[in-house]
Design a protein around this ligand. Structure first.
Ligand code: PEP
Length: 256
């Protein structure tokens, strides 16, 4: 059985004090390893170390929101995989729609980042998702296929064992509009079929596919209850313990 992953993406939010207090709340809510649910938090890069200190000894994993693909060197402003690991990260988000749309990240750049992060031993959360205009034009599956092909180009099945996919329809991110459970399930099923065709059906049965896009306590159970939804990537609601912890609890209930 696939283990739920509930991941919080704090984006460019918090200051050190609020990051530490939120991390403390999460650590208290996930004190020990659980068979059914894994919890991940991705704070802004300057707060990775303070958050690491707060979650030390708990079951909360630490992840970064991005990584650069080069080895240490003359790349002003960038952060490489080795630095993230040195800060205690075991996960990294790659290809978030905000980075694709605002920073202009291409599938080729995303692929370079995926390769570098996997080579360093990080677990990659590869984000994919269509824009509203693409969904309305009936292009959702074609867009997902293109992003999956681009992001995972040259990645072997063995390497892909450390990949988690996050399906995040762009129209649902930070908008308060959530995909219906049926819309999420249909995209996840498609993504799993893509993985089965690209790798093997056995491998596809084990890969985790998270849903992201306005996940809140009141919709978490219905989304996480879909057969191909293996967790959530949560933005806004991950910034408040009283919203994020109930999402973890919804996964716990389903995992029982
Ligand atoms: C995200 O940032 O990945 C996200 C899904 O944001 P939100 O939950 O706020 O829609």
């Amino acid at each position: 059985m696939r283990r739920f992953l509930i991941a919080g993406n704090w984006k460019m939010n918090t200051v050190q004090g609020s990051a530490e207090s939120l991390a403390g709340e999460l650590a208290a809510a996930a004190t020990s390893e659980e068979a059914g649910v894994e919890v991940l938090v991705c704070p802004p890069a300057p707060y990775l170390i303070p958050v690491r200190e707060k979650i030390a000894g708990s079951a909360v994993r630490l992840g970064a929101q991005d990584v650069y693909f080069e080895a240490p060197g003359a790349f002003t402003g960038e952060i490489c995989s080795e630095m993230l690991q040195d800060c205690g990260c075991t996960f990294v988000l790659i290809g978030h729609s905000e980075r694709r749309a605002i920073i202009g990240e291409t599938d080729q750049l995303i692929n370079s980042k995926v390769r570098a992060a996997l080579a360093a031993g990080l677990t990659v959360v590869l984000c994919v998702g269509e824009q509203l205009s693409e969904r309305e034009a009936g292009q959702t599956e074609a867009v997902l296929d293109r992003q999956m092909e681009g992001g995972l180009e040259g990645i072997s099945e063995q390497e892909a064992a450390a990949v988690v996919i996050a399906y995040e329809p762009v129209w649902a991110i930070g908008t308060g509009v959530t995909a219906t459970p049926d819309q999420a399930q249909s995209a996840h099923e498609h993504l799993r079929s893509w993985v089965a065709a690209r790798y093997t059906p056995e491998f596809a049965a084990g890969i985790r596919i998270l849903y992201g896009g306005s996940v809140k306590p009141d919709n978490a159970e219905s989304l996480l209850g879909q057969p191909d939804v293996d967790g959530a990537l949560v933005g806004g609601a991950s910034l408040k313990g009283n919203l994020f912890i109930p999402i973890i609890d919804a996964a716990r209930k389903l995992a029982e």
